[in-house]
Design a protein around this ligand. Structure first.
Ligand code: ZN
Length: 458
C-alpha cells in the first residue's frame, strides 16, 4: 500500500523556494505531504490537473484594512477576504484602523477576532496599534498574539470618536522602548506630519487642490525625514522596525544603510508604487489616491531595480477601501477624497505581469517577496510561505496565458473600484487552496467563505 493523500495537484509548474519544477504536490491533513514527479493520482481522494499552470505559495498580504468593527460598509472580513482569495492570497494581517474602535486594546482585539471568525475565506492575523493613549496596552496585545504594532507619524484620517491617531514624539519613544523590552515589532507609516500638513495647508489656501498638488504636498522628502527620524530613535531604543508602503527608492536606500549598521529593520512597498505613477493619479483621479502618493516614472523604475536586486523585503497591497462616494462625490477635491487604493485582489497578477513577464524576475524571488518573506518577518514561518513538505498547503494556481483587460466584474471586494480596472494582464488566478481546502475557483467563486483561521505568530 502506498501513501494516501487528501488532494493531489498534478503536473503543475511549481514555484519552490529556489527552483521552478514541473511536478506533483500532494496534501494530507491540510499540509504539504509530498512533492515529487509522477505521484499516483489514485492515491488521493481528489486530484486536479494543473498542467500549464503555475503553482505558487499563497500570497501573505501583511497590510490590509478590512475596517471592522463599525466600518464594515467600507469593506469587511467576508468581502475583503473573498477578494484576496480570488487573487491567490491565503493569509493576511489586518491593520488596526480604520475600524472603530481601533485595535489598540485587548478588548478591541477580541472584538475583531469575534467578527472575523467564521467569515474570513483565508487565514488571518492582526496588527495592534500604537497611539498616544495606549502605552499600557501594548504588552497585553503582544501577549494575545498581534503580529506587531502599527503607528503613524502623520495624521491617518478616518472617522469617529476615538479613531486611530498619529503618535507624538514622546509616545513614539516610549512605545519603542516598551516594544523593544518585550521583543515586539513596530510598523511605521513614514511621512513627516510637520512637512505634509504645512504644504497641504498652503496648497489649499492657494486653491491648488488637484492630484498633482496633492502629490507635491507629500514629497519624497517628507518620507525621508520620517524614515530618518524613526531609524535614529529605533537605534537608540533597540526597537525592531518595519516601514509600511515605502514609495521612494531614496527611502529604501536609507533603510539599507541602517541595516548595514546592524539595525533590525525591514520595509515593504506596494504594487501601486511599482505599477502606477503620478501621471496615472492625475489621469485616473481619486481611485488612485494614496499616501504616500504615487511617484514619477523614473522613481518607479528605480524602485523596481531595488526590488530585483533584493533591496525590498516584501510586497503588500495596503488594500484600503471605502464607499465609492468618498472618492467621487460631487464637489470633493482631490485633497478631500479618501486616500487609499483598493487593489488587494490584484497583487499577485500584477506582480507576475510587471515582475516576471515584463522584467524577467525569477519566480522564486517574486514568490519570496509575496509569501516567504512576510511569513518570516511576522512570525508565520516555517508554517506558511513556501511550497515545502510540512508547510500548510496554501496554494495559488495561476494560468499564465490568459490575456485580458481586468474587469470590474472580476473584483470581489465590497466596492469594486480599483485603479487597475482596464489594465492588461496575462496571468489569472484560477484556484486558491488554504490549508488544502479549495476556497476559490474561477468557475465557482468563493466556495468556502468561512474557512479562514486565526493565526498566532510565533
Ligand atoms: Zn495602510
Amino acid at each position: 500500500m502506498g501513501e494516501r493523500y487528501d488532494l493531489m495537484v498534478k503536473n503543475g509548474t511549481v514555484v519552490l523556494p529556489g527552483d521552478v519544477v514541473q511536478t506533483d504536490v500532494a496534501v494530507r491533513d491540510g499540509k504539504i505531504a509530498a512533492i515529487a514527479a509522477d505521484l499516483s493520482a489514485g492515491a488521493a481522494a481528489a486530484a486536479i490537473d494543473a498542467e500549464g499552470c503555475l503553482v505558487l505559495a499563497g500570497v501573505i498580504d501583511a497590510h490590509v484594512h478590512f475596517n471592522e468593527p463599525n466600518f464594515g460598509h467600507w469593506e469587511g472580513f467576508a468581502t475583503g477576504s473573498a477578494a484576496l482569495a480570488a487573487g491567490g492570497c491565503t493569509a493576511y494581517v489586518d491593520m488596526p484602523l480604520n475600524g472603530n474602535p481601533p485595535t489598540v486594546s485587548l478588548d478591541a482585539l477580541r472584538e475583531k477576532e469575534r467578527l472575523a471568525a467564521g467569515r474570513s475565506a483565508v487565514d488571518y492575523a492582526f496588527w495592534g496599534g500604537l497611539v498616544p493613549w495606549n502605552l499600557n496596552r501594548l504588552r497585553e496585545l503582544h501577549d494575545a498574539g498581534v503580529a506587531g504594532f502599527k503607528a503613524f507619524l502623520s495624521d491617518p484620517g478616518g472617522e469617529g470618536e476615538g479613531r486611530f491617531r498619529e503618535v507624538d514624539a514622546a509616545t513614539l519613544r516610549a512605545g519603542m522602548e516598551r516594544i523593544a523590552a518585550f521583543g515586539g515589532l513596530l510598523a511605521l507609516h513614514a511621512e513627516s506630519e510637520g512637512m505634509t500638513s504645512r504644504l497641504a495647508q498652503r496648497a489649499r489656501a492657494d486653491g491648488r487642490t488637484g492630484a498633482r498638488d496633492f502629490a507635491a504636498s507629500r514629497p519624497v522628502e517628507a518620507e525621508l525625514a520620517a524614515v530618518a527620524e524613526a531609524l535614529a530613535l529605533a537605534e537608540e531604543t533597540g526597537c525592531r522596525l518595519h516601514f509600511v508602503h515605502i514609495s521612494s527608492p531614496e527611502a529604501v536606500r536609507l533603510a539599507a544603510e541602517a541595516r548595514r549598521r546592524g539595525q533590525d529593520v525591514s520595509l515593504e512597498t506596494c504594487p501601486h508604487y511599482l505599477t502606477l505613477t503620478e501621471d496615472d493619479m492625475a489621469l485616473l483621479g481619486p481611485v488612485a489616491k494614496c499616501a504616500p502618493p504615487l511617484r514619477d516614472a523614473a522613481r518607479r523604475e528605480e524602485l523596481w531595480a531595488l526590488v530585483l536586486a533584493g533591496g525590498v523585503d516584501l510586497i503588500a497591497s495596503d488594500h484600503s477601501p471605502c464607499p465609492q462616494a468618498m472618492k467621487t462625490a460631487p464637489g470633493l477635491t482631490f485633497f478631500d477624497a479618501w486616500g487609499g487604493i483598493a487593489g488587494g485582489q490584484s497583487t499577485l497578477e500584477l506582480m507576475l505581469e510587471e515582475g516576471w513577464v515584463k522584467r524577467g524576475m525569477p519566480l522564486p524571488a517574486l514568490s519570496a517577496l509575496l509569501s516567504a518573506n512576510p511569513a518570516r518577518r511576522f512570525g508565520f514561518y516555517p508554517r506558511k510561505g513556501e511550497i515545502a513538505v510540512g508547510f500548510d498547503a496554501d496554494l495559488a494556481i495561476v494560468d499564465p496565458s490568459r490575456p485580458r483587460a481586468l474587469s470590474r466584474g472580476e473584483l470581489r471586494q465590497r466596492h469594486p473600484h480599483s485603479p487597475y480596472i482596464g489594465r492588461r494582464l496575462s496571468c489569472k488566478v484560477v484556484a486558491t487552496y488554504c490549508r488544502g481546502t479549495l476556497v476559490y475557483s474561477e468557475q465557482d467563486g468563493i466556495v468556502a467563505p468561512g474557512a479562514g483561521m486565526r493565526l498566532q505568530p510565533e
